[in-house]
Ligand binder design. Structure first.
Ligand SMILES: [Zn+2]
Ligand SMILES: [Zn+2]
Length: 214
């Protein structure tokens, strides 16, 4: 599995291109770019590596993760995948907030346990709500893309509309039950590992009070 990270947009969202080196089939996770200049850099990478982009996947429906969906769909004709719990954030939601570019509606709705296959690779959908109702993490064999659920040294906020502190806690339990060696690719900030977060992330101590009350 080859993972290329691009940090894009005004909220420094991590956009990942994940590719199968044998078949060159690839997916894009969270195209959060807002300008054609940022899009062009990523498209050059995709074309330069001769990748065949199969899916556009959103870890959740917040505008900073979906605002480039339209650019990518237009260029590569790939379908947009998002968990059914956040699907209503595409189409109308994004444009209303902070002036982000809107996304076309979803083409395929995801649910917990679904498998996304490209080339010889599989990513399993793990529903990890709390930051938003339809937040997902994408599980490979030794890596997990956590969106805005788990960050290096922090966790996603739960005080946004439809956030839930209780669900976040359950989702973090699911993530921390993964093996320590799992590499974590978060929605913002640097990569980490499950083991590192279990040891050093102050929000993963179950006695703690979360900073935001919901
Ligand atoms: Zn978010
Ligand atoms: Zn975000």
């Amino acid at each position: 599995m080859k993972v290329q990270t691009f940090t894009v947009g005004k909220l420094f969202t991590n956009c990942y291109i994940v590719a199968c080196p044998q078949t060159r089939e690839a997916i894009i996770i969270d195209p959060g770019f807002e300008t054609i200049t940022e899009a062009a850099e990523i498209f050059r990478y995709i074309d330069g590596e001769a990748l065949k982009l199969k899916f556009i996947i959103n870890t959740h429906g917040h505008p900073d993760h979906i605002c480039g969906n339209g650019f990518v769909k237009e260029k590569f004709k790939a379908p947009i995948l998002i968990h059914e719990g956040d699907a209503n954030m595409l189409g109308t939601f994004a444009a209303k907030f902070f002036g982000f570019k809107n996304s076309p509606p979803a083409d395929i709705l995801l649910k917990d346990g679904d498998t996304i296959s490209f080339g010889s690779l599989n990513l399993k959908v793990m529903h990890t709500p709390g930051h938003s109702p339809g937040s997902i993490s994408l599980l490979g064999e030794k890596e997990v893309f956590t969106g805005d659920t788990l960050f290096a040294g922090s966790i996603g906020r739960t005080d946004l509309p439809q956030g839930s502190k209780k669900e976040m806690k359950n989702s973090l339990k699911k993530l921390t039950s993964l093996p320590d060696f799992f590499k974590v690719y978060p929605g913002h900030g640097p990569p980490t590992t499950i083991g590192e977060e279990k040891t050093n992330n102050p929000f993963l101590n179950w006695n703690w009070e979360m900073p935001q009350d919901v």
